[in-house]
Design a binder for this molecule. Sequence first.
Ligand code: NAD
Length: 261
Amino acid sequence: MLHIKDSVAVITGGASGIGLSLAGYWLKNGGKVVLGDAAEEALNKAKETLDGPVETVPCNVTREEDCGRLADAAIDAFGQINLVAPFAGIIADGLMVSTDRESGRVRRKMPLDQFQKVVDINLTGVFLTVRECAERMINHHCKGLICLVSSTGSLGTAGQINYSSTKAAMSVMPKVITAEFFRRGLSGQIRCVAVAPGYVGTPILLGMDQQALDKILDQVPIGRLIEPEEVASLVGELYRNEALTGDVFYIHGGLRLGSRG
Ligand SMILES: NC(=O)c1ccc[n+]([C@@H]2O[C@H](COP(=O)([O-])OP(=O)(O)OC[C@H]3O[C@@H](n4cnc5c(N)ncnc54)[C@H](O)[C@@H]3O)[C@@H](O)[C@H]2O)c1
């Protein structure tokens, strides 16, 4: 078992939602955190509200040099990295092609930049964060966990061709990384998993069609959104339990288990 006390978590998207909640959980359990986020003001506010050893690094995860600076900041401040939680993410929902109800003809196509900006942050940004942190973990002989964030959207959600595709990638990355580390004798030192939440009560949901969200919530067996603290607690358990690697762990309150009938 690993212990959170004195361990160092690097969290992107750390200024809000699940990332911020994980930071609070880590500190409460005696850990140290390095928060990276593109929203500088929110990052400063997060530092004020958190209690314990916290470093903040303004960074855009789509930029290689920013991810390198983030990983270096953790080593400079605390000498190690034990948890990598690349949680920065966005949604930009829309249908791939929308048809006019009357004519049946296509009236709108998802613009390329609406697709690509989600891929840049949710997929390429994760690759860069993980690659830079893994390099430092290996070179500094750190033990720990890379914990990605997938989603129930990885199973396919209408209106989210961009988001769902990136989250499906998060489901396969733990397998690739675990297999690669195994080949190099590193898989006992650095494990990799993903958490896959359903609908969590954070600001990202404000970007969703609220009527569609209400309909979805009506079908969630626990009858409510998941709390960000519940996801943070799952990440903590995945960190502690060294038998867990290479897999995806769902946390969704029973979502997609059918309708009330
Ligand atoms: N909330 C949910 O229902 C839910 C469900 C499943 C998965 N997730 C995933 O969890 C992660 C966190 O989501 P959340 O709900 O906490 O959202 P959130 O909007 O509260 O937080 C996301 C954070 O990412 C930051 N960010 C965005 N683009 C960035 C960039 N280019 N570089 C650095 N930081 C950037 C934002 O500034 C923000 O602080 C995301 O990857 C999301 O896809 C969320």
